[in-house]
Structure formats: C-alpha cells, structure tokens
Design a protein around this ligand. Sequence first.
Ligand code: PGA
Length: 255
Amino acid sequence: MRENLQPTWIVANFKENGSRPFFEDFLEVLSKARGRVWNPESVRLILCPPFPYIPWFLEHGDGMFEVGAQDCSLYASGAFTGEVSASMLRDIGCQWVLLGHSERRLWAGDTQESVAQKARLAFEAGVSPLICIGESLDVRQRGQAVDFIRQQVLFLLKDISPQHRFALAYEPLWAIGSGLTPSEGEIEEIHGELELILRSMGIREPLLFYGGSLSTENAPQLLRCNGVKGGLVGRPCLDPKVFLSMLEGLSSISS
Ligand code: PGA
C-alpha cells in the first residue's frame, strides 16, 4: 500500500454522455462540496467531456480540475474532415488528451501505431497524453499480462523523453464497465513493472493510474496499491452524487 502522503488523481471520462444541464449540475455539485467533502489539492481531477463541452469546462474550472479531450487526430492538420488536432486542443487551453482507450481501439480503428503517433503529436503541441493500456481476458488467463503490458508500453513510449508530462492508465479490457476488477496483487504487479520501465527511461515519479470498474466502495483500496497514483473512471461520473461520494472516500486516503 502506498503512503497517504500524496494526492490521488481521478480522471473522469464522460465518453459520449452528458448535456449542458447535466454538466452544469455536475459542476455545481462539485463546487458546493469543495473544501467540505473534498478538496482539489488532495484529490486532483482531470475531467474529459466530449469535444463540444471542453471550452465550457475550461471557463468554469475555477481551480477545481484540469480538462482533457477523449482523443485527438492522427494528423497535425489538413483535409481530415471531422478531426481535431492536438495543437487545436492546446490552442483552447486543454491540458490533457486521453489516447488509446480500449473503446477506440475496439471500434474506432486505433492501433498501437496510431496511438504512438497521436502521442507524438500531443507532445509536440504541448498537450499531455494520458495513454491507456491493458490486456484482454484471454491474455490474463494465459498468464501473459505482464509481458503484454511491457510490450505495449515499450512500443508506445519509444519517443518519450523525461521532460514530457504524461500519464499511463492500466485498464484491463475485461474490467472496463464489467463490474470486475483485478486483485490488488495483480494491479501492483503491473504497476511495479511499469515503474521499472519508466525508471529505466529516466522518469522518476511516473503518473500511473488504474481504471476499470472503480466504484465508491473499491476505489479507496485499489487506488492505494503500490505505484498507483490515481484512477480513471467511466460509469461513476455519470451521476454527480456517486462521483462525489467517490471523492469523499478518497479524501481520507490522500493529503
Ligand atoms: P468504467 O470505465 O469505470 O465504467 O469501468 C472505465 C473506462 O472506460 O475508462
């Protein structure tokens, strides 16, 4: 278990959910509870709404959170209708971009190569990538999870230098939205391996997150595993009260 000396990060991935009234309510709930139920110094938030709401979140952050996009284009600019580049995100003040989420790998054609290319563009633009990695159930059951994750990360981080700010989220595919989670031992094994890889690249304090079926109940325990600095959540951010109760539970394990 890690010491209670560091803030815990929570990344909220709203996916293709939300509306103006929903997000207004969400921020009102957070802001009313600020300083009482949670505070942004001990639980650090990155909120990732769908693209159209990013400027609104940036305007209304009031020091409570940083803002991330859920993806960016594979190209720097050009005739790519519908795409949003990393430099456009930087232009409007967006600090983070989620890359390689398993849902995008599953149905939007993201591959290891395209995720690595998007990460390169994000670094060049000055947006911090939050890169998702994770094994399938089949790989886990064959006992190959650690090897699989090592290969994924070595490929994705080949252009990284220690100056870059980025985060990795370990999200086993079988845990996302399923109600299943790895054991604490399994999470610590993967995060231990990630720390070794990143240290060998000269990255001392890596931002490593766990994601997949985190809940108010299990988050205080799973996010205290060695090497885990925070969590990436999907479902819990769809109800601001549930999200807030998760933050409340985490406030007691963070400083
Ligand atoms: P979940 O989603 O919290 O609903 O499991 C996590 C994710 O998609 O990153």
